[in-house]
Design a protein around this ligand. Structure first.
Ligand code: ADP
Ligand code: ASP
Ligand code: MG
Length: 593
């Protein structure tokens, strides 16, 4: 008999009639010949209310007690849902995370799942009951109640589907499926029929609240068939699958409105500085993003990155610890910024996507504070008061509001293809089979690329349209730009580095020099021989330990890192070409590959 996991989000069980229709849906699925596990969230805004209530009692609620409190929201829902199923004539049993046997670590409010027992669920299913599981919660080794982080019921659902080897995992929510961007923020957003695990993982990680990003990690690692569907209608929703659908080069956009920016300045430019910074952040499980490193003059470097504003206070504490450990430097930070990201599997093979995004922002008069790109994602940091306009402009500019075109509209297909990702998923399967703990980090491969060159331009004005002009010229030359990082320095000037295939350097130099005539103060340098290393896997950015481990290994081998890119599926670093082989060996060793 097939097993189907159906997860119902807060709005989908908000009141008695919604609970009844969720129950009816599960019953229909059971009567069609399936075993059914329902995973249920707290009703409506219950979790928010509980958070607010705690805040009325104390400014600093202990994490353990927060978990004890918040888990009650789901406990209420499972009991009511079980009653509804029984009232409609089917057997049902509700279970808390502890009763199921969802074992987690002890990091309260952001616990990670270690293992899940299937014994009790299977007994109930085989006895003809619908199992109604509380989402978002588990227990640690000392039987403390833990929670998985806000939105974590999605993760419970895909994790249960994984251990039960369910045939399907359906996420019922209050929209028709996954859209090109939040349909509540951009009314022109369109539903996506099919999206890849990688794209959804990146989108969720950079702010698409429709799915908890860790739920996609489970889906990808354990090959869960996942569908996001509306609870209020019979819509087919969105399939989240290994391969992307017929999407344009950009599949979707996401925004983190309340992002903050942190800079560590005047730190020594030597192996180990990055390692200390990443370690201090990882110790506090702060997932940093948009990391830009700038080697300034006189051996002093500057590292800038972004974090969700809610994590800023803790990040600043960690940054001061890092500086104390390094023995030099200062910490600066900025707020009132937002991160806007575009994600699309098509970026792997199309040139000019970044150029087009910068062009759209330039036309809209939006200045770009920071830029980072990775394999299938481009993020820009912009002033918060123009972020929404930027999102809308990018959405329209990439034609995401329109029905899908026959063929992609940007650039041309490059030689690389998706072949590599098929091989990668085979490797991942082997790695996953060896996992002791369900949410362990999966690093499947470390690649060394010695065929790239780096170009750096400093002293550019901080105005709208600069990145657009530069990358527009490079794109016109048909040159595939790989990593891009931009930051605005203390002097208020922008500096920008990017990598391209070494064979294109001469052509690129000509194109760039021509553009730079407009900014005579800008300084331009290049390095024909660099080594780029990519660590590939699943959930790499949010498992803060991966960056930590990478930089520790490189520091131990006395290797200095020139550029960094982080994303959920890949972390890339650029080092000097002489150190490429040594860096490769160090990374392979540290990840046991
Ligand atoms: P649930 O309670 O069902 O888990 P959530 O509120 O967590 O629901 O997620 C659904 C919401 O996610 C939608 O109401 C929508 O506003 C928001 N959202 C953000 N980005 C997207 C997107 N790309 N596609 C669809 N919905 C999105
Ligand atoms: N109730 C929890 C929350 O609101 C978990 C969830 O809904 O997924 O974050
Ligand atoms: Mg949710």
């Amino acid at each position: 008999m097939a097993i189907v996991v159906q997860k119902f989000g807060g709005t989908s069980v908000a009141d008695a009639s919604k609970i009844r229709s969720a129950a009816a849906r599960a019953i229909a699925t059971k009567r069609a010949g399936n075993q059914v596990v329902m995973v249920v969230s707290a009703r409506g805004k219950k979790t928010d209310e509980l958070v607010a209530l705690a805040a009325e009692i104390t400014d600093n609620p202990p994490a353990r007690e927060m978990d004890m409190l918040l888990s009650t929201g789901e406990q209420e829902s499972v009991a009511l849902t079980a009653m509804a199923v029984q009232a409609l004539g089917e057997k049902a049993i509700s279970m808390t995370g502890g009763q199921i046997g969802v074992r987690t670590d002890s990091s309260h409010t952001k616990a990670r799942i270690r293992e899940i027992s299937t014994v009790r669920m299977r007994q109930a299913l085989d006895g003809g009951s619908i199992v109604i599981a509380a989402g978002f919660q588990g227990i640690d080794d000392d039987l403390n109640i833990t929670t998985l982080g806000r939105g974590g019921s999605d993760t419970t659902a895909t994790a249960l589907a994984a251990v039960l080897r369910a045939d399907l995992c359906e996420i019922y929510t209050d929209v028709e499926g996954v859209f090109t961007t939040d349909p509540r923020a951009v009314p022109d957003a369109r539903k996506i029929d099919r999206i890849s695990y990688d794209e959804m993982l990146e989108l969720a990680s950079v702010g698409a609240g429709v799915m908890h990003s860790r739920s996609i990690e489970f889906a990808k690692k354990y090959n869960v068939h996942l569908r996001v569907r509306p609870a209020h209608s019979n819509g087919e929703g969105t399939l989240i699958a290994p391969e992307s659908g017929n999407n344009p080069v950009v599949t979707g956009l996401a925004i983190v409105k309340n992002e903050a920016r942190v800079s560590l300045i005047d730190i020594p430019d030597r192996p180990g500085s990055m390692s200390v910074i990443f370690s201090r952040m990882a110790d506090r499980q702060i997932p940093i993003d948009m990391v830009v490193q700038d080697v300034a003059s006189e051996g002093l470097a500057e590292v800038t990155f972004t974090v969700p504003e809610g994590d800023l206070a803790e990040t600043l504490t960690a940054a001061h610890e890092a500086i104390a450990e390094i023995g030099a430097g200062q910490v600066q930070h900025g707020t009132n910024v937002s991160k806007v990201s575009a994600v699309g599997a098509g970026m792997r093979t199309h040139t000019g996507v970044a150029a087009q995004m910068f062009h759209i922002l330039g036309e809209a008069g939006v200045g770009i504070g920071m830029i980072t790109t990775s394999e299938i994602k481009i993020s820009v940091l912009v002033a918060r008061d123009v972020a929404q306009d930027a999102l809308v402009a990018i959405h329209a500019g990439f034609g995401l509001d329109k029905a899908i075109a026959e063929s992609p509209s940007v650039g041309h297909a490059a030689a690389e293809s998706a072949v590599a990702s098929t091989a990668q998923s085979d490797i991942e399967k082997v790695v996953v089979e060896n996992l002791a703990s369900m949410e362990d980090i999966v690093v499947s491969e470390v690649q060394l690329d010695v065929n790239q060159a780096r170009l750096t331009i400093r002293g550019l004005p901080d105005e709208a349209g600069v990145a657009s002009k530069l990358f527009g010229a490079v794109a016109e030359g048909g040159i595939m730009v790989d990593m891009i990082v931009q930051n605005i320095g203390r002097d208020g000037l922008a500096s920008l580095s990017f990598t391209i295939p070494r064979t294109d350097v001469d052509q690129c130099l000509l194109l760039i020099r021509e553009v730079l005539e407009a900014w005579p103060d800008a300084k331009f340098s290049h390095d024909r021989k660099i080594a780029k290393l990519c660590v590939m896997g699943i959930g790499l950015r949010s498992h803060t330990g991966v960056g930590q481990q990478m930089f520790k290994a490189l520091a131990k081998a006395k290797i200095n890192v020139d550029m960094v890119n982080t994303s959920e599926i890949r972390i890339s670093v650029v080092v000097s070409s002489e150190q490429g082989e040594a860096a490769h060996r160090a990374l392979l060793a540290t990840f046991g590959l």
